[in-house]
Ligand binder design. Sequence first.
Ligand SMILES: NC(=O)c1ccc[n+]([C@@H]2O[C@H](COP(=O)([O-])OP(=O)(O)OC[C@H]3O[C@@H](n4cnc5c(N)ncnc54)[C@H](OP(=O)(O)O)[C@@H]3O)[C@@H](O)[C@H]2O)c1
Length: 163
Amino acid sequence: MRISFIVAKAENNVIGINNKLPWHLKDDLQNFKKLTMGHHMIMGRKTYESIGKPLPGRMSLVISSDPRAVTEQLVWFPSIFRAIKFAERAGEMELFIIGGEKIFKSALSLADRIYLTEVKGDVNGDTFFPPLSLKNWKLVSEQNFPKNADNDHSFDFRVLDRR
Ligand SMILES: NC(=O)c1ccc[n+]([C@@H]2O[C@H](COP(=O)([O-])OP(=O)(O)OC[C@H]3O[C@@H](n4cnc5c(N)ncnc54)[C@H](OP(=O)(O)O)[C@@H]3O)[C@@H](O)[C@H]2O)c1
């Protein structure tokens, strides 16, 4: 099973502010939907609360020290390790780790691939992606998106695989 991170970060590594995303990038949300559809996704409790509901067509695995009721599209786990085992047992081929800061920091060493949206410029925020050492990652593909009516910042969408 491949373990893939999917993250949007600014050049100063900001990923969030006040438990929300600091930007509106319609094209990036569409990429996120296309890539994660049909897959298991691991997220921290705060990211789950920020999204507000299980995303349709995907299995949400939420990490918290205070697990809650399970539904058809949502399971709570006390550790990332237990959530990974659950996805593996379900036959998942590509597991997505979708944030936030706490989960990204804990799980970076487990990632095989990063779908990285790099938002142009520095952005004000309170949560951060851990620094990436580019010697560990090779660029597989890159696509540029301009700032326009749908995207309030320009950004690059990159796929990085662990070397
Ligand atoms: N730009 C992006 O791509 C992106 C993606 C996702 C999120 N975000 C942003 O990131 C921010 C949220 O990040 P965050 O770091 O504050 O929160 P988070 O990582 O989403 O959630 C943190 C919570 O997850 C649980 N948790 C994390 N690690 C755990 C562990 N090892 N064992 C047990 N429980 C664990 C704890 O829940 P309990 O307190 O319940 O124990 C912890 O309080 C928001 O602003 C969000 O919008 C951005």
